[in-house]
Design a protein around this ligand. Structure first.
Ligand SMILES: Nc1nc2c(ncn2[C@@H]2O[C@H](COP(=O)(O)OP(=O)(O)OP(=O)(O)O)[C@@H](O)[C@H]2O)c(=O)[nH]1
Length: 116
């Protein structure tokens, strides 16, 4: 059963939270992410990918997560990057720890520049 379309109507951005510690589920995470990225109703919507649980030593690094999610060549750059005329969907990976309250703030700041 596919229910994802019932989660959103008008979407300014997608925040996709991945457990960076749960390496066995990276394939599943990639599959779900790919489905969202290829969804026509989300075309051009900025994607913030958060790699969570980096307080755990064995958690994947940012580079590892990019690789396993197939994003190595698709991230558009941190900081202020003007993509207005480029027709490129803003997409970036930020690592975070929700329990330590760190990392996600930079991600939300980054994505907010693309929300009108
Ligand atoms: N160490 C650590 N634990 C966290 C962090 N964020 C959430 N957790 C813990 O992880 C446990 C499970 O939460 P999630 O991984 O979010 O679980 P879930 O996504 O609902 O479940 P799954 O779909 O099975 O992964 C809870 O005990 C959380 O407290 C984090 O940043 N660091």
């Amino acid at each position: 059963m596919r229910v994802s379309c019932s989660y959103y109507w008008i979407v300014d951005a997608v925040v996709y939270l991945v457990d960076a510690y749960d390496k066995e589920r990276f394939t599943e995470s990639k599959k779900e992410l790919d489905a969202l990225l290829s969804d026509d109703s989300l075309a051009n919507v900025p994607f913030l990918i958060l790699g969570n649980k980096i307080d755990i030593p064995y958690a994947a690094s940012e580079e590892e997560l990019r690789y396993h999610l197939g994003l190595s060549n698709f991230t558009t750059g941190k900081g202020k990057v003007n993509l207005v005329d480029s027709n490129v969907r803003p997409l970036e990976v930020f690592m975070c720890s929700v329990v330590r309250k760190m990392g996600y703030g930079d991600g939300f700041k980054w994505v907010s520049q693309y929300i009108k």
